[in-house]
Design a protein around this ligand. Structure first.
Ligand code: NCD
Length: 352
């Protein structure tokens, strides 16, 4: 869904529509959480759990799942977890990973080559391409040109979005929802709270939409942000249309005592055009040990990471990280299991 931020709507939103998964992942680009329905999530999460078990059993058969396949890593924006977990996922499934030598800063994008041609280069050589770019809608454009290429050549690469600016981050949402299901045995009747930069944060855009796609029963979603960083109105409307109760507030304490899941986020400094606006807002919501002390014992604290001011200093991190409610490292590890399941599904169909 187009985001209602400052940028004009990318016309590739209308030129390219990502295919619905509808029980069959094989050969499909993964661009938006809109592609997933409840049944697809159940299939994927079962596969991720199976992969996690097989890793713990050191099952060598995992290496056969993507043997002979190649994944291209195309990150035009900073990444630690998404890039590394996808690379680790592909290697653990027996596949290989390629990227432009020494990273994309030495690729032809820096000679001025456009997305359309860059993605077609990767599409000639790889079976799967993971792309991150700072432009919203860039993954739609890339998928559009990749499909054109795929009609002309023998190779048939699939594209997986690693994030498109302020747009979406679908695989992060998949791993986030997997983590919630894993810890809470489902999502029905939970109160989930998202805090921070809900305007620019693609992780919260995708997670909120994915929860709506699942159509849970009795879920309350609390959206806590400064007034200027509210969740885009079209996403809030979508949540309400899916039957969720939505509470938008600037007061964390109003919703903290009732929260089963707390999803904390970073203020996205790189998306601000005015540095002083960022400075003014950056310390608005800080998860400190004293704040966590007021949260219920049953609550889980999630964060897509990286973290900056919004979790205080390193000394604060050291205290928070030891709290059993803080599960962001487990969330991070789940990222690899879910991405392994996804790669296995899109490259090999129903193999796991
Ligand atoms: C997030 C991202 O890149 O959107 N990080 C991630 O992929 N785990 C969140 C962020 O940068 O704040």
């Amino acid at each position: 869904m187009p985001h209602d931020g400052p940028k004009p709507v990318n016309h590739f939103y209308t030129a390219y529509t990502p295919p619905l998964i509808d029980g069959d992942f094989e050969g499909k680009h993964i661009i938006s959480v809109d592609q997933f329905a409840r049944h697809d999530l159940e299939i994927l999460f079962d596969a991720a759990r199976s992969i996690r078990r097989r890793i713990s059993q050191q099952d060598r058969g995992l290496k056969e799942i993507c043997a002979g396949k190649v994944m291209a890593s195309l990150f035009f924006e900073a990444s630690t977890r998404t890039d590394m977990s996808f690379q680790a996922a592909m290697r653990r499934l027996g596949g290989d990973v390629i990227s432009a030598s020494n990273g994309v800063q030495f690729s032809s994008m820096y000679k001025g080559e456009n997305i359309a041609d860059t993605i077609r280069a990767a599409g000639c050589y790889a079976d799967a391409i993971v792309m991150r770019h700072d432009q919203e809608g860039s993954t739609y454009e890339a998928a559009f040109y990749l499909d054109r290429l795929n009609r002309q050549i023998k190779n048939r690469a699939i594209l997986i979005s690693g994030g498109d600016g302020v747009g979406e981050h679908p695989t992060q949402a998949l791993l986030d929802l997997f983590t919630i299901f894993d810890r809470k045995q489902g999502i029905d009747h939970l109160t989930l709270t998202m805090v921070g930069d809900l305007k620019h944060g693609r992780t919260v855009h995708s997670l909120a939409k994915l929860i709506a796609c699942y159509r849970p029963a009795g879920v309350t979603l609390c959206l806590v942000s400064p007034e200027s960083l509210r969740m885009p109105a079209p996403i809030v409307a979508l949540l309400r249309a899916a039957g969720l109760s939505v509470i938008e507030t600037t007061d964390l304490m109003q919703v903290l005592p009732d929260s089963d899941v707390m999803y904390w986020t970073r203020v996205q400094e790189e998306r601000f055009s005015q540095p002083d606006e960022y400075e003014r807002i950056k310390d608005g919501f800080v998860m400190l040990p004293a704040v966590l002390a007021r949260a219920p014992a049953r609550m889980i604290l999630m964060h897509p990471l990286p973290r900056k001011h919004e979790m205080g200093t390193q000394a604060d991190h050291d205290i928070l990280d030891e709290d059993p409610r803080a599960i962001y490292f487990e969330q991070m590890e789940n990222g690899m299991f879910v991405r392994m399941a996804l790669l296995a599904k899109v490259l090999r169909g129903a193999y796991v």
